[in-house]
Design a protein around this ligand. Structure first.
Ligand code: ZN
Length: 132
């Protein structure tokens, strides 16, 4: 689903506003931008997460496209609640600026990427990454 986010970004730029008025920050798609410099911590957290979960990465770290959204939360169109970050099976990870260096938030999304799944397997709870 590598093309999913760019398509959403495109839709976000020209979609009917009714689709994007679900929250005050519903226009996040048009404000999302590629993370031009991936923090070194992400790679370290990716590696330590691999040790902790004993799970083989189904996605290479280098294949993940990171995006940032201004602010602390954004509304993803298919979710009812506001999001700090989201994983899409691109693999794409979108993170609100406020949480860019929050280890638990980023590790949660990295675990999605390792498992190449948007689902929450029991591993999330075992690693303390389900509720933060
Ligand atoms: Zn999740």
């Amino acid at each position: 689903m590598r093309t999913y986010l760019p398509i959403l970004l495109l839709l976000g730029a020209c979609a009917p506003t009714a689709q994007l008025t679900l929250s005050p920050s519903g226009d996040w798609l048009s404000r999302a931008a590629p993370l031009t410099s991936v923090p070194d911590e992400y790679r370290q957290w990716w590696d330590s997460l691999g040790v902790a979960c004993k799970c083989e990465a189904k996605t290479p770290f280098e294949s993940i496209a990171f995006y940032r959204v201004p602010g602390a939360y954004f509304h993803f169109p298919t979710r009812r609640e506001l999001s700090r970050a989201i994983y899409l099976e691109g693999p794409d990870i979108v993170i609100a600026d406020h949480w860019l260096l929050d280890r638990r938030v980023v590790e949660h999304e990295l675990l999605h990427a390792r498992l190449h799944s948007e689902q929450h397997s029991p591993l999330f709870r075992q690693l303390g990454l389900l509720s933060y």
